[in-house]
Ligand binder design. Structure first.
Ligand SMILES: [Zn+2]
Length: 268
């Protein structure tokens, strides 16, 4: 295992979990490329073009001693929650090139075996074929470069983190929890797709859940634990910014308590 020191970076639209490690620093990051091109709708407005992009696109915070700020070249570990393209699409460019040239990719064996299997893909319904195709295309350059690694069980991959198997949504769906100075943050992948519905009714499943029964059971169990322990959660598929919060148990289900946005770096 590697020693860790620092860092957690969170973006509004989570695409992948990125973990930086080396002897002096360590980062978990959720990143996404935001379109920067802005069209000018009418020549009349050329002098003062409208800006249709949103700012900010990411939010930084400290969790204990974990902190951020890294370029793709500086990232040396990427932890994958599962192989749906909206979570791993940022690993490669549009033309299939590696985005993180110095990173090793870690993914649960059950997910890798499932999505990268030509046999399973061949038997899958037509609607599901694109999921297999995108996973295989995104993984290919990393496999070719010998940078694609799988793990089984819940052995930590680096110091200060815990692998949290959360099967159901996909066979090897995995969360990653990082701890520092008594604080924790969990990157939970696709435990919740529709916050308003599934926090009230954890039994409601999404069409994308491969094993609906297991997905519901995993969600039930996890939500209860997280609410009890007050763990900070990084969630994709949320309309709230920043996409960080905690769960509070209510008479029926749970409510989401978001992290309050501040433009000040909190050194506490
Ligand atoms: Zn998914």
């Amino acid at each position: 295992m590697k020693s860790i020191n620092k860092a957690v970076e969170i973006s509004a639209h989570t695409m992948r979990n990125v973990l930086k490690r080396n002897s002096i620093r360590f980062a978990a990051a959720l990143l996404v490329a935001l379109a920067s091109f802005v069209a000018v709708p009418n020549a009349t407005f050329a002098a003062g073009p409208q800006h249709h992009d949103q700012v900010p696109g990411f939010y930084r915070l400290k969790v204990g001693d974990l902190e951020v700020g890294y370029t793709p070249e500086e990232v040396d570990v990427v932890l994958v929650t599962h192989l749906h393209s909206d979570h791993i699409g940022g690993l490669t460019t549009q033309d299939g090139k590696i985005v993180f040239p110095n990173a090793e990719i870690d993914v649960a064996k059950a997910d890798s075996d499932f999505w990268l299997s030509p046999e399973i893909a061949a038997k899958a319904p037509k609607d599901a074929q694109p999921f297999f195709q995108s996973a295989q295309a995104i993984a290919a350059p990393y496999i070719k470069a010998g940078k694609w690694h799988t793990f089984s069980g819940s052995e930590p991959i680096v110091d200060g983190m815990q692998v949290v198997p959360l099967p159901g949504h996909t066979p090897g769906h995995t969360g990653y929890e990082f701890s520092s100075k008594g604080q924790q943050i969990l990157f939970w992948g696709d435990i919740v797709h529709a916050q308003r519905v599934q926090l009230q009714h954890p039994e409601v499943t999404a069409i994308f859940d491969i094993d609906q029964t297991a997905a519901a059971a995993t969600r039930h169990q996890l939500l209860s634990k997280l609410a009890r322990e007050g763990v900070l959660i990084a969630t994709p598929h949320s309309s709230l910014f920043p996409v960080l919060g905690r769960l509070r148990e209510e008479r029926s289900g749970y409510s989401w308590v978001p992290v309050v946005f501040t433009d000040q770096w909190d050194e506490r």
